[in-house]
Design a protein around this ligand. Structure first.
Ligand SMILES: *[C@@H]1O[C@H](CO)[C@@H](O)[C@H](O)[C@H]1NC(C)=O
Ligand SMILES: *[C@@H]1O[C@H](CO)[C@@H](O)[C@H](O)[C@H]1NC(C)=O
Length: 397
């Protein structure tokens, strides 16, 4: 365990300036760690690292109310797991439990009364699972839904089997949706009175070959919208969501690119994360493998004057509050290469971005009025070794 700032010093800092300090958590593959970061006065400092999320930490879900952090380990060699940690004001993570699970859990959401359910998407094993996490010291598998494909999809290299990639709770808390990159479908589950999740058929169909990866809901005065970021088509599909009893009905509204009309993304681009801003007015997506922005280099002690590095973009769209339509407002640097995961703070004023191919986490300022990202506020080295570094970062809020 690496301690850079003592717990005592950190608590002292909190007492002096409670509003200025923020904790963030990042997962990375190459150092097999969950890294705790402290953001204070424009400095991002590594406070702690835990190796208890196994060999390939890939996703974090925070139960802020209960002070519990769940970490998914993809387990590339087969030994996948979910770890529960108790969080603390000092940033120290205390391991509560480690539960072996089906291979390649990649994303999760809490759901149900008192956040007693955790729903998880499994990529390689084509499954959607739920866990009873009512006692985070004793995680228990509750339900497994396996998917099969009768024939490969239009992109057989990636669609040879179902690949469930995300699990998101809808704004009513009554449904979970799970995009399946391999099946060109978004599976829908109804949340029961306890933590049961019943599949609602048929699943929402996407365009053939779209490869839906991650999704996000927005709730505006005109209704509820679902946005799917499609890894294979590199487009965002918008759906209007309507509820009828125990059914969630999705009507496709549009499918838009991450570039203005007439422009296209380079070959090798892979859509990654999608988030809706807390005020429900903007959508942000991360686009991997574009490698076509140049930004000032980050270096401890300052980079040489004029030094530049390559970055992929974070693309922001405004949401038309009356129709749910998206319009591009900005294509900003993500802070480096391969921005697999990022998150927005609750105030909407900061975006933290994990750069998988650069062993870096960068925090950018965000203007909540314009939805535009501004300057880098802080950055830190996270991960160690070549490639497959930090893949996700989350604010402790
Ligand atoms: C789902 O598939 C896994 C193998 O990937 C298997 O171990 C499990 O028993 C299956 N569960 C159900 C409910 O079919
Ligand atoms: C956000 O942008 C608006 C419009 O350009 C500007 O008036 C405002 O000062 C900006 N806010 C911050 C916090 O920079």
């Amino acid at each position: 365990m690496l301690r850079i700032l003592s717990a005592k010093a950190f608590v002292a800092a909190l007492l002096v300036a409670p509003a200025a300090a923020k904790l963030l958590y990042a997962t990375s593959y190459n150092d097999h760690a969950v890294t705790v970061l402290d953001l204070t006065d424009g400095q991002l400092t590594v406070l702690d690292k835990s190796l208890d999320c196994g060999s390939e930490p890939t996703w974090l879900t925070l139960d802020k109310h209960n002070g519990v952090l769940y970490c998914l380990n993809e387990g590339w060699g087969g030994a996948a797991s979910i770890t529960s940690f108790k969080t603390s004001l000092t940033g120290k993570l205390t391991t509560l439990n480690v539960l072996p699970v089906l291979k390649s859990p990649v994303a999760a959401t809490l759901f149900g009364k008192k956040n007693a359910g955790l729903a998880v998407a499994h990529y390689d094993t084509s499954a959607f699972t739920t866990y009873n996490v009512g006692n985070p010291e004793k995680l228990q598998l509750f339900y497994t839904q396996n998917y099969t494909l009768s024939a490969p999809g239009p992109r057989p290299d990636r669609q040879e089997a179902p690949h469930v990639h995300d699990a998101i709770l809808d704004p009513t808390g009554k449904f979970i949706v799970a995009p399946d990159l391999g099946s060109d479908a978004i599976h829908v589950f109804e949340v029961g009175a306890d933590i049961s999740a019943t599949p609602r058929l048929p699943s929402i169909k996407t365009a053939p070959g779209a490869g839906p990866r991650h999704v996000a809901f927005a709730k505006t005065a005109s209704g509820t919208y679902l946005y799917s970021f499609n890894e294979l088509s590199n487009t965002v599909t918008g759906y209007k969501i309507e509820y009828a009893g125990s059914e969630l009905k999705a009507t496709q509204l549009f499918d838009v690119a991450t570039r203005p009309a007439g422009e296209s993304v380079p070959a090798g681009t892979k859509a990654a994360e999608i988030e809706v801003s807390p005020d429900q007015k903007f959508v942000i997506v991360s686009s991997r493998g574009e490698n076509n922005l140049q930004i000032p280099a980050f270096a401890a002690g300052g980079a040489p004057a004029g030094a530049r590095i390559v970055s992929d973009p974070l693309v922001s769209f405004s949401i038309d509050q009356a129709t749910g339509a998206l319009a591009i407002v900005q294509r900003a640097p993500a802070g480096g290469r391969n921005p697999r995961g990022f998150s927005i703070n609750k105030a909407g004023t900061l975006v933290a971005s994990a750069l998988q191919d650069d062993n870096r986490v960068v925090v950018y300022a965000r203007n909540v009025t314009t939805g535009q990202l501004g300057d880098a506020v802080a950055w830190a080295t996270v991960g160690a070794g070549e490639n497959n570094g930090p893949n996700y970062v989350l604010f402790d809020e």
